[in-house]
Design a protein around this ligand. Structure first.
Ligand SMILES: [Zn+2]
Length: 289
């Protein structure tokens, strides 16, 4: 089927009390691995690329590969642009065929964040695709985005409600204590805050920094109303480790298939685990036309 907007996927997840994994991919093999994972367990899927990957590969290449994967697949797939503060890049991705975009103006004052988000929502509504925005600051590093942990401010539940009303945004990523990258200790998640935000906001909520959150804590976040979980670093490590293992065993290997195929298999297995954790296994059938 054709790529779908992530809005319908995430609204169903929120209503059904489960979560959909959004997996950052950087190569064709990574994209294929997570699509194969979704097909194997019949899960809806959100493919994600960072601005860095968009600049590296080109939004048209990424959208073309995602479109081919989706057309060949029986599971619903959305293509999402992760953290972007540049309106031009967002428009390039929409034009290339992305079905979901994140405008991240969370580092700006509230009114600027509202204005920037509204502008993207208007453009996205014209073509029927999803917009995600962020309130508060998620800690850690993503591409060249660096947030000092001490300055990572958590989202205020009342402001979340006001923000959704002010912008018409389709999905919201409130900062609730998670961070990008791999955690040094356990993440310090404010579960009570998630519950309060979910009680005030009806749009699907997005959990950033999904790499390395203990499974029980992910399940609790999902129960409390998180409908999308972003996973990037953890999958990159799995993929890279499989390649390193091939070269450790055979330093002279020079056939990309010999290291890409095991890397794909390792990534696929890791993605399936995340889909099980999210509770999205078997949910693809809810979206058959
Ligand atoms: Zn993020």
């Amino acid at each position: 089927m054709a790529l779908v907007s992530s809005t319908s996927l995430l609204q169903a997840a929120r209503a059904g009390g489960y979560c959909i994994g959004a997996f950052n991919v950087h190569t064709l093999e990574m994209l294929q691995a997570v699509v194969e994972a979704a097909e194997e367990v019949q899960s809806p899927l959100i493919l994600q690329s960072t601005v860095g990957t968009v600049k590296h590969l080109g939004p048209d290449y990424i959208a073309a590969a995602a479109t081919v994967a989706s057309n060949r697949s029986g599971v619903p797939i959305a293509l999402h642009l992760d953290h972007c503060s540049d309106f031009q890049v967002i428009m390039q991705c929409i034009r290339a065929g992305y079905t979901s975009v994140m405008i991240d103006a969370s580092h700006e004052p509230y009114d600027h964040n509202v204005a920037a988000t509204r502008k993207v929502v208007e453009a996205a509504n014209a073509v029927g695709i999803n917009v995600e925005a962020e309130l508060g600051r998620v800690g850690g590093v993503e591409d060249d985005l660096v947030v000092d942990d001490r300055d990572a401010l958590l989202a205020d539940p009342d402001e979340c409600a006001r923000f959704v009303a002010d912008t018409g945004v389709h999905t919201l990523a409130p900062a609730i204590g998670t961070a990008h990258g791999i955690y040094k200790g356990d993440p310090d998640i404010d579960f009570e805050r998630i519950a309060r935000i979910a009680s005030k906001v009806s749009v699907p909520l997005v959990l950033h920094g999904g790499s390395g959150i203990p499974d029980a804590q992910v399940r609790r976040c999902v129960e409390l109303g998180m409908s999308k979980m972003n996973v990037a670093t953890e999958l990159r490590i799995v993929f890279s480790d499989a390649i390193k293992a091939v070269f450790a065993a055979n330093p002279d290997e020079n056939d990309p298939r010999k290291y890409m195929i095991p890397a794909k298999q390792a990534l696929k297995a890791a993605a399936i685990e995340k889909m099980r954790l999210c509770g999205s296994v078997g949910k693809a059938k809810d979206f058959r036309p």
